[in-house]
Design a protein around this ligand. Structure first.
Ligand SMILES: Cc1cc2nc3c(=O)[nH]c(=O)nc-3n(C[C@H](O)[C@H](O)[C@H](O)COP(=O)(O)OP(=O)(O)OC[C@H]3O[C@@H](n4cnc5c(N)ncnc54)[C@H](O)[C@@H]3O)c2cc1C
Length: 270
C-alpha cells in the first residue's frame, strides 16, 4: 500500500512527490503524458526562478528527470476515480486498482465541469474507460464523447468487441446532457436525443466531483485551506486544480505544502 498517491505529473504533482520522498514516504505519481500538462504549451517562462526563458516542455522534462533521479515511480495513464475505503482510499487506473493512506490531487485546470446527469449516472451507464467497461456493452448501443487524443482508438476498440458506437468528436457539441432514470437511456446534444445504453466520456481530466465523490468544490476548483487540505480528511489538492492564479510558482509551492500536510496526516495517525 502507498502512503501517498499523487494524481497528475505537472509541476504541482512533481513538487509534491519530491517533498514526500524526502520525508521518507512511499509515494508514486499517476499521470497522463507530460505533453498533457498545460506547462508543455508555454514557449518561454520568465517568471520562475532558475529557468529563465526555458520552454515549458524543457522545464517539465527536467522535472521528470528529477523524479527519475529520486527513484519516484510515475505510472502512465489516466486515473479514473478514487473512493474512500474506511481510513484508506482506492484509486482506479485503467483496470488496475491501488490503495493508499492519502491522496494528493494535482490534476491541473479543470477544462470543463461534468455534463448534466454525468455524476449521477456514473457507473450506471456512464463510464470513463472503454478498456475497463467495454465488455459490459457488447451487442449494445453506446455513445462515445471523444474529447481526448485517445478517444478515436477507444471507440475503435468498442467496435471491435461488438458495440454499436455513436461517436461524437470534439467539434460536435459543447455540451451534453446524459439522460436516464437510475441508468443511462440516452444522450441529448444540439437539441437532439440519441438513444443509447451507455456513454463513454473520454477527456484528459475528470471533474473533481466525479473523480472523488463528496469532495467540496468552489466553482470548478477543489476547495482547500492554506494547508491544501480538502473537505475530505486525507485528501489534499495543489496547483491549478485548487484555483487561480494559474502559475507555475504557485503550483510548485502548493505541491510542497500538500505533501507536508499529507506526511503530517500519516505520521499523526500512526
Ligand atoms: C500557453 C501557456 C503558457 C503559460 N505560461 C506560464 C508562464 O509563463 N508562467 C507561469 O507561471 N505559468 C504559465 N502557465 C501556467 C502553468 O503552465 C500552470 O499554472 C501549471 O502548469 C500548473 O501546474 P499543475 O501541476 O497544477 O497542472 P498541469 O501542469 O496541468 O499538470 C496536471 C497534469 O495532471 C494530468 N492529469 C489530470 N487528470 C489526470 C488523471 N485523472 N489521471 C492522470 N493524470 C491526470 C494532466 O494531464 C497533466 O499532465 C502557462 C500555461 C499555458 C497554457
Amino acid at each position: 500500500m502507498a502512503d501517498i498517491i499523487i494524481i497528475g505529473g505537472g509541476p504541482a504533482g512533481v513538487s509534491a512527490a519530491l517533498t514526500a520522498k524526502n520525508r521518507g514516504k512511499n509515494v508514486f505519481v499517476v499521470s497522463n503524458g507530460a505533453e498533457e500538462s498545460t506547462l508543455w504549451k508555454a514557449h518561454a517562462i520568465t517568471n520562475y526562478p532558475g529557468c529563465n526563458n526555458m520552454s515549458g516542455a524543457d522545464i517539465l522534462k527536467s522535472f521528470l528527470q528529477q523524479l527519475d533521479d529520486a527513484q519516484i515511480k510515475v505510472l502512465p495513464g489516466r486515473a479514473l476515480n478514487a473512493m474512500r475505503m474506511g481510513e484508506l482510499f482506492g484509486v482506479s487506473v485503467g483496470s488496475d486498482f491501488f490503495d493508499t493512506k492519502t491522496l494528493i490531487l494535482a490534476s491541473g485546470i479543470v477544462q470543463q465541469s461534468a455534463f448534466a446527469g454525468e455524476t449521477e449516472l456514473l457507473g450506471r451507464g456512464v463510464s470513463y474507460c472503454a478498456t475497463c467497461d467495454g465488455m459490459l456493452y457488447k451487442g449494445k448501443k453506446v455513445a462515445v464523447i471523444g474529447l481526448n487524443s485517445e478517444a478515436e482508438a477507444e471507440a475503435e476498440f468498442l467496435r471491435s468487441i461488438g458495440c454499436d458506437v455513436l461517436y461524437f468528436d470534439k467539434t460536435f457539441a459543447k455540451n451534453y446532457k446524459i439522460l436516464g432514470d437510475g441508468k443511462v437511456s440516452g444522450v441529448e446534444a444540439e437539441g437532439r436525443v440519441f438513444d443509447v445504453d451507455g456513454v463513454f466520456i473520454l477527456r484528459n481530466t475528470i471533474a473533481p466531483g466525479s473523480f472523488l465523490n463528496g469532495i467540496a468544490l468552489d466553482g470548478t476548483h477543489i476547495k482547500t485551506d492554506r494547508d491544501m487540505k480538502t473537505s475530505i480528511p486525507g485528501v489534499f489538492a495543489a496547483g491549478d486544480c485548487s484555483g487561480k492564479p494559474y502559475q507555475l510558482a504557485k503550483a510548485v509551492g502548493e505541491g510542497n505544502i500538500a505533501a507536508l500536510s499529507a506526511c503530517e496526516f500519516i505520521d499523526k495517525r500512526v
